[in-house]
Design a protein around this ligand. Structure first.
Ligand code: AR6
Length: 183
């Protein structure tokens, strides 16, 4: 059995600001342009400084000329942030008529794959798609936690950083209903 398929990452939930996290990699809820936006994306670029945008532009000029597709993930430096890397992923916009849950799950799976390629041991996620993209927080929490708990990973700690009490409560309840132990 490979090292990565044997380990179970420690799962933690906390209320806070993802830009302040002392982890190897933080995940950004970006958009396909990779050129910044509001919400967590805006905060990461603002606090991380121009180096992040420079690397995003380089990704657009090379591998992702048409933008980063929804559900995919790509890494840059974290600039001035305490983390070493930012893993940018593009969540789906919520739709009540079209089930895009697999795309939201892909964001989590692909971000963890990129983290593994980087050699990151600790990764912090925001609640992807639950802001501007309007995904209901209770459902997003179930998808996020179920996906990371099922993805084989050599990452030692997966941390969800929730911006408000409502989101923290939703993630705690989701962990409880999925029977996931929290570290
Ligand atoms: N730390 C942790 N969580 C945060 C922070 C922060 N500093 N700031 C906001 N949140 P959103 P989306 C929470 O809108 O829904 C951007 O313009 C927020 O409360 O950032 O995936 C991008 O460029 C919410 O729960 O991302 C895209 O265009 C969660 O982060 C679009 O928004 C996600 O909210 C992506 O929309």
């Amino acid at each position: 059995m490979s090292e990565s398929s044997g380990a179970t990452p420690r799962l933690t939930l906390l209320r806070g600001d993802i830009t302040e996290q002392q982890v190897d990699a933080i995940v950004n809820a970006a958009n396909s342009s990779l050129l910044g936006g509001g919400g967590v994306d805006g905060a990461i670029h603002r606090r991380g400084g121009p180096e992040i945008l420079e690397e995003c532009r380089a990704l657009r000029a090379s591998k992702y000329g048409r933008g980063l597709p929804t559900g995919r993930a790509a890494a840059t430096t974290a600039g001035r942030l305490p983390a070493r890397w930012v893993i940018h992923t593009v969540g789906p916009v919520f739709s009540s008529s079209d089930d895009r849950s697999e795309l939201l799950a892909d964001c989590h799976r692909n971000s963890l794959l990129v983290a593994e390629e980087l050699g990151a041991r600790s990764v912090a996620f925001p609640a992807i798609s639950t802001g501007v993209y309007r995904w209901p927080i209770d459902d997003a929490a179930i998808i996020a936690l179920r996906t990371v708990s099922q993805a084989p990973s050599s990452v030692a700690e997966i941390r969800f950083v929730l911006f408000d009490d409502r989101a923290l409560t939703a993630f705690r309840q989701a962990a409880d209903s999925l029977g996931l132990p929290l570290g």
